[in-house]
Design a protein around this ligand. Sequence first.
Ligand SMILES: Cc1cc2nc3c(=O)[nH]c(=O)nc-3n(C[C@H](O)[C@H](O)[C@H](O)COP(=O)(O)O)c2cc1C
Length: 370
Amino acid sequence: MRFGSLTLPSNLFLSPLAGYTNLPFRLVVRELGGVGLCTTDLVNARSLLEKRGKALKLIETRPEDSPMAVQLFGSVPEEMRDAAAYLESTGVASIDINMGCPVRKIVKVGGGSAMMTELDKTAALVKGMVDAVKIPVTAKMRLGWDDQNITAPDLARALEGVGVAAIFIHGRTREQGFSGTINLAGIRSVVQAVKTIPVIGNGDIITPQAAKKMFDETGCAGVSIGRGAFYDPWIFRRTLSYLQNGSDAAIPPEPPFAERVRVLCRHLDLMVEVFGEELGCRMFRKVAPWYSKRFGPAAEFNRHVVRISTRAEFNQVLENYLQWRRQFLDENGELKQKFQPPPMVASFMLEPEVVLRQQIPVPKGPVEVW
Ligand SMILES: Cc1cc2nc3c(=O)[nH]c(=O)nc-3n(C[C@H](O)[C@H](O)[C@H](O)COP(=O)(O)O)c2cc1C
């Protein structure tokens, strides 16, 4: 898979997830394999130029965290250009521009999804960035503002014209938020709108089969996975293996419980390394319950893990949970059938009325409307 001059190890991408796609999570995903490029949380271009601590922490990386894209947001052309040049000087592999964020404070100043509404202005801003750097510049957008304004195909074509190396497209409109299902035909219309650059499909991919369906039905060159990687950081490796083997019999199974616990602990170790014990543990409070969604009964774990402030407290919570969980195991130490979590099925593989009942959770907080 190529992005301009950059060759990527696979065509599977980790989507930017503000508050989650920090260095520890990216390292966890990379250690498990299969991912081609990981993107940071969105970073405010101006804050980066002002070298604010928060912005610098968001782009913190290590040699093994490569290739890495940094996602920028902003609406002032000079700031976006200078921030891109600065990022190139630090050695990042590529720069992504946020054009999909519907959060009011970002849209109000002309950034995020507001960029989808003003094609010429956006193309001029992007051209300034492309001309300022040698590394690839990509754009991430939704299908449009609302159903009446599906601007992504025109915008993608305009951006290809000014030298963008790839387009990431979340198959929903800004108005949709995270509701409803992914519009695969909408993604296909973006694929058809560009001449040569890769289009990466995104939205609701939580299984290898869903990734394959997105490839097959949209003609996209790659797929990007966000929340699916919360449930299953192994999804990239499993999907790659499925795509390479092709047959449904070759879909690698979901990892066993012991492996989930191993990776959970590894993730916390990295959080502590990167953010320090107290902050790392506090930040982990919202991460751990995603792992436990595939543990089977986990109420006891969730209730306590959201209060941890130290590694020792986490260890205690885990130990107590492993004891408590024994009541759900059979004589072989496996979760009894009736306690096993239901299989994962992506929204666009379901009937519409089932979709309404089975939305993937969106973490609480200001990001609710991403
Ligand atoms: C908690 C959260 C944070 C997000 N942060 C960003 C972000 O910083 N930049 C961005 O372009 N998209 C962001 N998104 C959107 C995702 O990148 C992705 O497009 C969307 O979640 C759909 O893909 P998924 O169904 O695989 O999660 C965020 C989504 C969520 C749920």
